[in-house]
Design a protein around this ligand. Structure first.
Ligand code: AMP
Length: 583
């Protein structure tokens, strides 16, 4: 906090899409923002129309919409017209196999062009798109498909064989599996490329009610199953507006959002925002590699770059020289999201790139950026910035079933938002009670702890719950505990996140063994292997510690908070409900 404020050059600020935050905030209305959409007759709209088809009428259709860089570094360009045709074919395929409006189409794919065609083709047909991270193991896949009642899954032969074939009989609602590299050799699947080839490249975009469901994004809670956050077609107003204001995106930009569409950032900003704005987006199939990333930034002449703290910390480790060896002069704006961005990283980026990473904050439920550092606004390293125009954020304290606003500056409370912006989730699918619990006293409670300073900048403090953020991925401890409990040696397990220099947090499991089992390194490896097989490497624990007993409440709940306090050597706090102990 004591760090020096990074002041914005007035000429740079004046050229921003939003040159004056206070002015824009005073005059902003979501109604006006909505009026900027093209829309469809009769008050209808469709995200795919805004992202793709409308670019025919405005003369943009031959511009590159997507430049896809394969693992071996080869670029392939897709114009808006190409994507319009391919998504029309995909929508026709859905119709031909009997998929209707509102039915759920899931993807389990790496960052390949077919993922983008699936996403936008599904929306075009009025069906609901639900992306899954391709590194998930069978259990997260099964729970997510069960909750959403997935009718179609688009995936690859290898992913299907490894992760889905074994659970297929537990997914009775799954009618069609479309393989992007299918060759007819796998039972119960179809070859998507062949279906696409036979399909017509014309499909009139399905006119949707703004409140119709468009996207289903899963997120994790402290307990229970993952939650399916429902987003509607009307959310596109927020995707476009926040892209313009918080990411300073313009039609002439080459935009690189490094997030995977398996997570909400990769859909809202890795697909929808740049295409609705009419920019060119870069997609890299490969995983993080510092040298490769700098090469892409230079060669593709990226102008706006949206990435995440884990990647930024890895770039810092790789050293400033690697960045300085490249011509990165085209970059105009850089932003970060997903986890706390260390103030050192902001200062470092300002030194190395001549501009800071602009931290912004949002979550799966909010559908779009809520709090941000803007191109025209001075940056306080370590702060998430200020609420977007159209967004009212506050700090509240829970009390007697209600909440009180915390008006004092720099006092920690729960970050809360006044509901009503277009990209807000409309439900947790089939979980009304869990959804209702998020709203208290006219606020949506985010589950994050934060503070606000005298100038209205917000500062992230931590999570109010036990959810873990590792490499930007939100992980529910319960999901990990459940998978470990399936191992024959495990009697009890408690899972927490522990600080990690690069990933922010890593998943650590405390395990009490059943009688007859002895702790050993082999068993530790076996447990990690078991969890990786079930959950996938992104979710499985990296560390396992054995304990004779775990601290539990009188009602038998494992006290993760206490495990964490002990792990970190922090005060144990209120332990009045503690029944049994690990010691
Ligand atoms: P997800 O729903 O997976 O996008 O995760 C949302 C959560 O990530 C938030 O509730 C925060 O806990 C965390 N998060 C997102 N952005 C930031 C940020 N800029 N600073 C700190 N934490 C963040």
């Amino acid at each position: 906090m004591a760090r020096e404020i990074i002041r914005k050059d007035t000429a740079y600020a004046a050229k921003a899409n939003m040159p004056d935050y206070d002015k824009e905030r005073a005059s902003f209305s979501w109604e006006d923002a909505k009026a900027e959409l093209d829309g469809l007759p009769g008050g209808k709209l469709n995200i795919a129309h805004e992202a793709l088809d409308r670019h025919i009428a405005n003369g943009n259709a031959d511009k590159t919409a997507l430049r896809w860089i394969s693992k071996d570094g080869e670029p392939t360009d897709f114009s808006y017209r190409d994507l319009i045709g391919q998504t029309a074919r995909f929508a026709n395929v859905l119709r031909s196999i009997g998929v209707e409006k509102g039915e759920r189409v899931y993807s389990l794919l790496g960052r390949v062009p077919e993922l983008y065609v699936t996403a936008l083709g599904t929306l075009k047909a009025g069906s609901v798109f639900c992306p899954m991270f391709s590194a998930f193991g069978p259990e997260p896949i099964q729970s997510r498909m069960e909750i959403g009642g997935g009718k179609v899954l688009v995936t690859t032969k290898a992913l299907y064989r490894r992760k889905v074939a074994g659970i297929r009989d537990r997914l009775p609602e799954l009618k069609e599996v479309l393989l992007i590299d299918g060759d007819g050799s796998m039972d119960g699947t179809r070859n998507l490329a062949a279906l696409m080839k036979d399909a017509s490249p014309d499909f009139p975009v399905e006119p949707m009610d703004p409140e119709d469901m468009a996207l289903l994004h899963f997120t994790s809670g402290t307990t229970g199953k993952p939650k399916g956050a429902v987003h509607v077609h009307g959310a596109v107003v927020a995707h476009k507006t926040t892209g313009r204001i918080a990411l300073d995106l313009r039609p002439e930009d080459t935009f690189w959002c490094t997030a995977d569409p398996g997570w909400v950032t990769g859909t809202s900003y890795g697909i929808i925002a740049p295409l609705t704005i009419g920019a060119t987006m870069i997609v890299d199939q490969a995983e993080f590699d510092a040298e490769r990333w700098y090469r892409i930034l230079e060669e593709e002449k990226v102008t706006v770059w949206y990435t995440a703290p884990t990647a930024i910390r890895m770039l810092m480790k790789a050293g400033a020289d690697m960045a300085r060896a490249r011509d990165l002069s085209r970059i105009r704006f850089m932003a970060s999201v997903g986890e706390p961005l260390n103030p050192e990283a902001v200062v470092w980026s300002n030194d190395v790139f001549g501009m800071p990473f602009h931290d912004n904050w949002w979550q799966t439920e909010t559908g779009g950026i809520m709090i941000a550092n803007y191109a025209s606004m001075d940056v306080k390293p370590g702060s998430m910035g200020k609420p977007l125009p159209g967004i009212d954020a506050g700090i509240v304290a829970r009390q007697d079933g209600g909440v009180n606003a915390v008006d004092d500056q720099m006092v920690i409370g729960e970050l809360a938002l006044k509901p009503g912006w277009p990209s807000m989730m409309r439900a947790y699918l089939h979980e009304q009670a869990r959804y209702d619990k998020c709203f208290v006293g006219g606020w949506y409670l985010t589950g994050d702890l934060a503070m606000r300073d005298t100038e209205g900048y917000f500062w992230f403090v931590g999570r109010a719950d036990d959810v873990i953020k590792s490499s930007g991925h939100l992980i529910g401890p319960f999901e990990v505990e459940s998978a470990l409990m399936e191992h024959e040696a495990v009697a009890e397990v408690g899972v927490i996140g522990i600080p990690d220099e690069t990933a922010g947090e890593i998943v650590k499991a405390y395990v009490a063994l059943k009688p007859g089992y002895e702790e050993s390194d082999d068993l530790r490896l076996d447990l990690i292997g078991h969890a990786r097989k079930r959950l996938g490497p992104a979710v499985a624990p990296k560390e396992i510690a054995f304990r004779a007993n775990l601290p539990k409440t009188r009602s038998g709940k494992i006290m993760r908070r206490l495990l964490k306090a002990r792990e970190l050597g922090l005060p144990e706090g209120d332990i009045s409900t503690l029944e049994s102990d690990e010691k």
